[in-house]
Ligand binder design. Structure first.
Ligand SMILES: Cc1cc2nc3c(=O)[nH]c(=O)nc-3n(C[C@H](O)[C@H](O)[C@H](O)COP(=O)(O)OP(=O)(O)OC[C@H]3O[C@@H](n4cnc5c(N)ncnc54)[C@H](O)[C@@H]3O)c2cc1C
Length: 492
């Protein structure tokens, strides 16, 4: 069987890796128009901030016998009659075609940006964008970031970290999809404390361009902000062009059924940011990776595909100097009989909010409290895990209840540690037992830490614990019993 995958982004790569492993007899061509090794797109703003380098972004290249990775090759057309993908480097025949074309950054249609991006104006979607922005910081002293979602806030913090004067301009409150207005203002205080000028309720009227280069952003109310760099963080839209031109159904994304196949042509599938499943489009990496896994399994085993459900929504800001983590419900979305427990420390720019439903923590909002956020993420969405009084969860990592349940020893095996990859503590312990005895080896074996990186601290904690309770065996010495660690994964 021949499988062609268009799009060598985070989801296309993962699919090829899974299928190559499960079905070594399948021939796979992975076509990617970017000319880089597979990389972690989620960490691009960390690259702009200078907190990771290119090597730190690189993902493992699928390396199975019959996989051919074609970097720098753009799919120009799908010839569905001939079951062939047309490129400038030749045609690629397929039995199954998987579209993983991702999304494209939105450009707001205001004067100054209507005829393509002038010099100094950037979106943040591809590695080249991040590299261009980083290079631009060498010659610019001020920047305006348009859009105050996670990407806008991360970009603003990254530029500020590089010493640029940054104005963050948005029509709404900061992170308004994830935070209620009062909490958003705490996050805005955090940004302001870094020296970022936050301008909300702002309508961009135009981007000033002089001699082909941006020089300002003008608001509808008459205010003007100088800008040697303009970063557009105004959302993204699924890339449906190739599918639409091939006569496949597109709506917001490429329309697929529960089996991730296009209804008009069952030989064509779509996964990741470009796909619109019956549940809608996602725009996040965890659902895309779950789709990649499910599709690979169903092709490898010729079995029916069950569209995976991914654990509740979570957002972790990756912004230098700011800490915001949200999961599930918040005050404005809590049900009337939910219990909402809040700790607000405005002067320290901290706010923590828990939503408890029965015996389950169904909502967490943590602004300015990263340690507590890491701990609460292990309690989230786990029925029966709450202390008798949920207030104990807010007592900080020095609080008795919190410390006990945050410890890897007390953490149940089924606790999800890496939300991007759905890796539990039990999976990590199992991999450790299989010989993966460093953070890097555990990442290779389970993929934990390879997404947004938010679980790295927890995985390090688990490695420390295992090194103490179950040190890697020395070849001639057998492991004594009673190491303090349970011995079978399912009971942990
Ligand atoms: C800066 C940034 C931060 C993010 N942070 C998070 C986060 O914290 N958490 C989270 O869950 N998500 C985050 N996301 C979103 C996440 O990156 C996407 O959900 C994920 O990358 C989707 O993977 P994908 O493979 O579907 O698409 P992509 O990773 O976009 O890959 C699609 C690839 O297909 C290529 N392509 C398109 N058309 C063609 C063609 N015709 N021929 C060949 N190749 C083609 C594109 O160039 C691209 O390389 C972030 C995104 C960005 C940009």
């Amino acid at each position: 069987m021949k499988v062609v995958v268009v799009g060598a982004g985070m989801v296309g790569n993962r699919f090829v890796d899974e299928l190559g492993r499960l079905a070594p007899q399948v021939e796979i061509d992975l076509l990617g128009d970017e000319s880089y090794e597979p990389y972690n797109r989620v960490m691009l703003t960390e690259l702009i901030a200078g907190r990771v380098d290119l090597a730190g972004l690189t993902l493992p290249t699928p390396d199975h016998g019959r996989v051919r990775v074609r970097a720098g090759v753009r799919a120009l057309e799908i010839d569905r009659e001939r079951r062939t993908v047309v490129t400038a480097d030749g045609d690629f025949a397929y039995d199954v075609l998987v579209l993983a074309t991702g999304a494209q950054a939105r450009v707001i249609p205001v004067p100054g940006l209507r005829d393509g991006l002038p010099r100094g104006a950037h979106v943040v979607r591809r590695l080249d964008d991040a590299r261009d922005i980083t290079a631009a910081t060498l010659n610019a002293s001020d920047a305006v970031v348009i859009g105050a979602g996670p990407l806008g806030v991360e970009a603003a913090c990254a530029l500020r970290h590089r010493g640029i004067a940054v104005t963050l301009v948005a029509a709404s409150d900061l992170l308004n999809r994830d935070l209620d207005p009062e909490v958003a203002s705490v996050a805005a205080d955090q940004a302001a404390s870094l020296g970022i000028e936050v301008v909300t309720d702002a309508q961009v009227a135009s981007v000033g361009v002089h001699a082909g280069r941006v020089d300002a952003v003008h608001l509808a109310d008459g205010r003007t902000f100088p800008a040697g760099i303009v970063v557009l963080a105004c959302g993204s839209a699924p890339d449906t062009t190739l599918a639409a031109e091939a006569g496949l159904d597109t709506n917001v994304g490429i329309v697929v059924g529960h089996d991730l196949r296009t209804p008009a042509d069952l030989a064509v599938c779509a996964i990741g940011d470009c796909a619109e499943t019956p549940a809608g489009v996602s725009g996040l990496v965890a659902p895309g990776w779950a789709q990649a896994r499910a599709l690979a399994r169903s092709i490898a085993h010729a079995s029916e595909l069950e569209l995976p459900t991914v654990a509740g929504s979570a957002m972790r800001l990756k912004a230098v100097g700011m800490s915001v983590v949200t999961m599930g419900a918040r005050t404005s979305t809590a049900r009337p009989d939910d219990r909402v427990v809040t700790l607000s420390d405005r002067r320290e720019r901290r706010h923590v909010e828990l939503v408890v439903r029965g015996d389950t923590l169904v909502g967490v909002t943590c602004v300015g409290a990263p340690d507590l956020a890491a701990h609460l993420s292990t309690q989230f969405d786990r029925p029966g895990m709450l202390p008798a009084d949920p207030m104990h969860l807010l007592m900080g990592t020095s609080g008795i209840g919190a410390t006990e349940s945050a410890s890897p020893t007390a953490m149940p095996a089924a606790t999800t540690v890496c939300r991007c990859n759905g890796v539990t503590k039990g999976d990590l312990v199992h991999a450790w037992d299989g010989g993966a005895t460093t953070v890097e080896a555990l990442a290779d074996a389970t993929l934990a830490t390879t997404g947004c990186g938010g679980c790295t601290q927890l995985v390090c904690g688990i490695v420390d614990w295992l090194q103490t309770t179950d040190p890697p065996p020395v070849p001639t010495t057998s492991q004594p019993d009673g190491s303090g660690r349970e011995t079978t994964v399912p009971t942990r």
